[in-house]
Structures are given as C-alpha cells and as structure tokens.
Write a protein that binds this ligand. Structure first.
Ligand code: HEM
Length: 305
C-alpha cells in the first residue's frame, strides 16, 4: 500500500512510469556518501603532473587549475542568465556581482603567483612548456564570447571597418586575440594559435552562435528601459567589465612583467606573442559593455595604469 508520506515521491516516479518501491529497496543496499567520494578529492589531487623536477612548477600547474575551476563557475553563472526567460534586474545584478567576486578572487590571488615562484625555477621549467600558453585557455575565450557581442572582441584596428553581419568565419579571423599569433601581412599563424584553433574552433563557433543573442550585453540591451536604468544593475555591469578587462588583465600583465622582464630585457613568451604590447589593456581596449562607459572613459581605458 502506498503511504501518504511518499506522496510526492510516488508522483515523481509514476510520472517516469517507474515503481518507487524498487528505488526505495535500492536504498537498503546503497553506500552512504562521504566527503571524498562526493568532492572527488582523489581524482582532483591526481591531476598535477609536473614536467620538470622543480618544486615551484607545482605552484604554476595548480594555480592554473584553480583558475580553470573558477572559469567554470563563471560560465555556469552566465549560463543561468543566458537561459533565463524572465530576467529581472535583481537576479541579473546578483549573478553579475557573484561572477565579479570570482574574478576579484583571481585578481587578488595573482600576487600569490607573482611572488609565489622562484624566478630562476620559473624561467627553467617554462622552457619545457613552449609552445603552450595560457592564451590557449578555451574557457577564458568562452567567458568573452558569453559576455559580449562579437563586435567588441574584434581587433580594434578592424572594429570600425568590419561588416557587422560578416560570417562567424570572417569575424573569427579578426578576433583581437588573433594578434597574439598571427602575422596580418602574410596571414601566417603561429603553431600555438594553429593547434588551438584545430582543437577548439568548431566548438567556439557553435558556442558563439548561441551567445550571439544570449550574451550578457545582449541580455542587458533586451531589458525594458526602466531595468536598463536600474542603478544597481548598471553598477554591477560596469564593475564586472572593469574587474575582468582592467583589474585581471593588469594583474596578469604585472605577473608577466615580473617573470619575463629581467633587468629591463623582455624574454620571449612561451606562446611567442609580442606580449608587452599585446597584453596591456590600453592596446587591446577590450570592453564588454561599451555603451555603459563615457567616451572619455573609453579613450582613457587602461592608459593611467
Ligand atoms: C607566471 C605566470 C604567467 C605568465 C608569465 C603569463 C604570461 C602570459 C603571456 C606572455 C601571454 C601572451 C601570450 C603568449 O605569448 O604566451 C599570456 C596569455 C594568456 N594567459 Fe598568461 N601568464 C601567466 C599566468 C596565467 C594564468 C594563471 C592564467 C589563467 C588561466 C593565464 C591565462 C592567460 C590567458 C587567458 C592569456 C590570453 C590573454 C589574452 O588573449 O588577452 N595566464 N600569458
């Protein structure tokens, strides 16, 4: 006889055409869950494989892994905004502020990385990492595609002239980050960029197609005027833009400078870009939500750092 207590349970399994009693019997034999199985600590702690004997290489690997985990958290928050059919400004701001806190963590913790490794060790173990580069972080690229319209990720030299309705293929070739690995005169791409595209280009195009109308900026623009003027929401949008595109970028740049600018001489990066120029926000001028900044703020973007 079905007990009244199991009413919602019965309803759930009946809807699936399943017998709830069979599931309840399974409970008799299933193992109780514990922390390490649930969090998968054994799997997680077995993912740190060094290529050299230097102990500080571990800091480098693990810090990148921490970043990738947080990138995944950021993408999951953006996904919830993207798929929300009745987006309210309060929900939107809450999500943006949470995403910004993840990036705040990444920005503040970059000093751990900057002052975390022995410079000599770093400059030795990094030679075994050529031609890999953080540039090849697919999740970082996805965060960009999910945050703004494609036009704002186009290299600023082509942004005004590119046809806004051009194909994804053409837009892709003009993304700002192509500059890290492409000679625009010859069109020749570096190995770092070539293999990155071989691995991810199709996935990126599919991802960018979904986010072409569901990115944070488009979501914001599709809100009624009253919501677009919501002070908290505008503040949260600007905060996120600034945190990623100035604060994180600068923390990253300062770290690169710390390790790769030795005695005033700049070393070549593992990914081979002209990094001093490429990485600084004043050159990239990557801004997710340009309408939310004044003309002066955009002109001054990254210049006073
Ligand atoms: C010692 C620490 C680091 C140094 C010296 C460093 C250096 C660089 C350099 C020089 C580049 C330019 C591309 C190249 O030629 O390789 C780059 C790109 C990049 N790195 Fe790092 N990086 C460090 C840590 C990190 C960390 C922890 C992450 C997090 C995943 C990261 C993510 C990226 C990303 C996403 C790019 C592409 C940025 C863009 O296109 O604007 N890097 N890095």
């Amino acid at each position: 006889m079905k007990s009244k207590k199991n009413g919602p349970l019965n309803a759930k399994y009946e809807a699936l055409n399943q017998n709830v009693d069979d599931y309840l019997e399974g409970l008799l034999y299933s193992k109780p869950i514990n922390y390490w199985d649930y969090i998968q600590t054994d799997a997680l702690l077995n993912l740190q494989i060094q290529r050299t004997v230097f102990p500080d290489e571990m800091v480098f690997i693990m810090y990148h892994q921490v970043n990738e985990l947080l990138f995944k958290m950021v993408l999951s928050e953006i996904d919830q905004v993207a798929k929300n059919k009745a987006l309210a400004p309060e929900f939107f701001s809450t999500k943006l502020m949470r995403i910004s806190r993840y990036f705040d963590m990444l920005t503040a913790s970059f000093t751990i990385m900057k002052d975390g490794m022995d410079i000599d060790q770093y400059n030795k173990f990094r030679t075994t990492l050529i031609p890999a580069s953080g540039f090849q972080s697919a999740q970082y690229r996805k965060i960009e595609f999910a945050s703004t319209e494609l036009i704002n990720l186009i290299d600023k030299r082509f942004r005004d002239s590119i046809d806004r309705n051009s194909s994804y293929e053409n837009a892709f070739e003009h993304l700002y980050w192509q500059a890290a690995g492409k000679d625009y005169k010859t069109g020749k791409k570096s190995y770092t960029l070539t293999v990155f595209e071989e691995r991810y280009k199709d996935e990126f195009i599919r991802f960018a197609q979904f986010y072409s109308t569901n990115n944070l900026y488009s979501k914001f623009k599709s809100l009624p005027e009253e919501d677009r003027e919501n002070t908290e929401l505008v503040k949260a949008m600007r905060h996120y833009d600034y945190t990623v595109n100035i604060k994180w970028v600068m923390a990253h740049y300062n770290t690169a400078n710390h390790y790769l600018n030795i005695g005033g001489k700049t070393a070549e990066a593992t990914g081979g870009s002209e990094w001093v120029k490429y990485m600084h926000p004043k050159h990239q001028k990557r801004i997710f939500f340009p309408d939310l900044w004044t003309k002066q703020e955009i002109e001054a973007w990254g210049t006073n750092l």
